[in-house]
Write a new protein. Structure first.
Length: 256
């Protein structure tokens, strides 16, 4: 069954039982059931018991250990601005609440998929979320270019497939977020099946920027005659002084 059909049935049951509910909460229950009406009703009974008949969105995601939509919206906003240090802090906040990194990256991939569906009226019905969430998705989708969403989906999917065999799982997710953030600004040039895996600095590097903006071709001033010539072990020709012959014994330059 679709999410919408499940939500409609849960709404009917809640009305029959006299429960107070939020539509976003029923959507979370329907999504958690993954198309199974029996599972949806079982989860609904548990949630109704925990919430004491007042089924709210906040209470449902807390009881079912579901990550809030707001986390994905906030992370996407940071990645669109390529605010990578803040994105790392946001990821740490999510993990500190007990969520696994692969659960987060899978949810982020679903979030990007929903944004992609929102960009076209023909695919909008494929978005199985509440009306309030759909409006938020439509608003954020206007900030995302299709090319970025395709790239972000591929990166998240690659991360999900590599997660099980990765030795440092958190690092894998962090690198994925860095690549997604750089793709949002066009700094990630990889595409296709074998993208170029190039990461750029995520923190401000003032010294590097100053070096990059300095005039090219600038040369250091030539050293003093004595300074450059006193290192010679024997008489030689000093290139800094037009072929002057240098005698180490006295340190003086004498023309041929």
């Amino acid at each position: 069954m679709t999410v919408e059909n499940t939500v409609a049935h849960l709404q009917h049951v809640a009305d029959e039982e006299g429960y107070v509910y939020e539509m976003e909460a029923l959507h979370v229950i329907a999504e958690k059931a993954d198309g199974g009406m029996r599972d949806a009703l079982s989860i609904f009974d548990q949630v109704a018991s925990f919430c004491e008949g007042n089924i709210t969105y906040k209470k449902v995601i807390e009881d079912l250990n579901v990550l809030d939509y707001d986390e994905y919206f906030a992370m996407t906003d940071l990645l669109l601005k390529c605010a990578l240090p803040e994105a790392m802090v946001q990821l740490d906040k999510v993990l500190s609440h007990g969520f696994e990194a692969n659960y987060f990256i899978g949810g982020l991939a679903s979030h990007f998929r929903n944004l992609l569906m929102c960009r076209n009226e023909q695919t909008l019905p494929l978005l199985d979320v509440s009306t309030g969430a759909r409006d938020r998705y439509r608003e954020q989708a206007q900030k995302c270019q299709p090319k970025f969403l395709y790239r972000a989906l591929k990166l998240c999917n690659d991360c999900d497939m590599s997660y099980r065999t990765a030795r440092n799982k958190r690092l894998l997710v962090e690198l994925t977020l860095i690549q997604v953030g750089q793709a949002a600004t066009g700094e990630d040039e990889g595409c296709g099946r074998g993208p170029a895996k190039r990461l750029k600095p995520i923190f401000n590097v003032t010294a590097a920027k100053a070096a990059a903006t300095s005039p090219k071709g600038a040369q250091q001033p030539a050293p003093d005659c004595y300074d450059c010539c006193k290192t010679c072990c024997i008489c030689c020709t000093c290139r800094n002084h037009g072929g002057a012959t240098i005698h180490r014994s006295c340190g003086d330059a004498k023309r041929n």
